[in-house]
Design a protein around this ligand. Sequence first.
Ligand code: SAH
Ligand code: SF4
Ligand code: F3S
Length: 452
Amino acid sequence: MQARKKLYIKTWGCQMNSYDSDRMADILGPLGYDKVDVPEGADMIILNTCHIREKATDKVFSDLGRLRPHKDQKEKDGGKMLIAVAGCVAQAEGDFILERAPYVDMVFGPQTYHELPEMIVKATGERVINTEFPANSKFDSLPGAHGSRSASAFLSIQEGCDKFCTFCVVPYTRGAEFSRTVKEILDEAYNLVENGAKELTLLGQNVNAFHGEGPDGSVWGLGRLIREIDRIEGLERIRYTTSHPRDMDDELIAAHGDIEKLMPFLHLPVQSGSDRVLELMNRKHDAALYRDVVARLRAARPDLAFSSDFIVGFPGETDEDFEQTLGLVRDVNYASCYSFKYSARPGTPAANMKTALVRDDIASERLARLQTLINEQQRTFNQSCAGMTIPVLFERKGKKTGQIQGRSPWNQSVYVIAPDRLIGCILDVNISEGFENSLSGTVAIGEEYAQN
Ligand code: SAH
Ligand code: SF4
Ligand code: F3S
């Protein structure tokens, strides 16, 4: 029997990249590759990259630099280490990577990794670049999802984006928006649940723009899809991310009202609270629409908690615009948020805007002010959970010995001291304290009955 080979995958970026990395491992398993945790001595290395902000690319190149001696060593030992750069940097800067890092064997984008077996054969003789947007979707030829056997699994249902926000690379790196068919999604969902998933997070860069073909040939929206997924026995929690405010339709809002498995937490990026900036960003919604969507969702599900993404220092953003962002944050009152300084991305319309750029020190100051407010809201939200008993899905060991970590319905990290065998279970936890980034507590009851 041929010896098994070692596969090391490092993943940056969004959950879709995590999903893709798991699928690459699924494809390579039957070819003899087993995943390992360190790059040293691996037969194949895949860097699954993200292009969303500047530093992401720099990190890829510094990682590549560190890998080079390992590759040389492997060759000295008579072996071969294939180095592949995958994902969104590969898509955007494939030629540049091959030029700047001559020891990279393969470069392929997010839509072509199902061709990995052929690419590997080819890469033994020449360097391979594959940044097409093939007519046949990768989903048509992926093996069933096996990579994730955890209690919480990702499921990509939609790819790409047609929104073209002026700052964003996603429409270029992931390509045009398309939805998988309902049948394909349900098959994968059942498979994941059979393999132990209790929670499914439906993924897409624009997940609520989902418009997949249903079994009857009609087009299904996300609300209808979630209703169908809700029927899967053994599945206890459903989430979806990332949504666009404009695609939040009545059916989806209603789903939040009456589907208990749909968790009361929603990531709904707004980017800015100023209509002027939203217009420059080509977000296709204003602050009023966002506020209205939030209000309608809260009316459907009063305990719904929100998170968002913000960009500060977008070209042309004034103090007044920024104050409007702070005002919106105060009004919505978030459970958590991500915030970034604007980073000009090559090839995007905003990178060529003639509008006055915001000075870096001003952007930094705005970011710090926004983050102070966001952190305050997050801490208050977490502290408000102290004294409550809430169901927690335990996912992994905690950082401290004897500790395990899980998620509350509102996506907060919860730490308890409890045996590892509870990982994979949903158990009630008495929350004793809420911190800025997490909750702590003790398992309430039933620990002795919980089985893996
Ligand atoms: N599809 C999602 C998010 C995509 S990228 C949406 O529509 O909101 C994730 C986040 O990265 C974005 O929400 C945005 O806040 C941030 N981001 C994207 N491009 C950026 C850029 N050029 N500079 C800074 N932040 C950016
Ligand atoms: Fe990027 Fe805008 Fe599409 Fe989100 S909606 S992925 S920010 S272009
Ligand atoms: Fe990054 Fe690509 Fe995701 S740019 S955020 S990995 S879609």
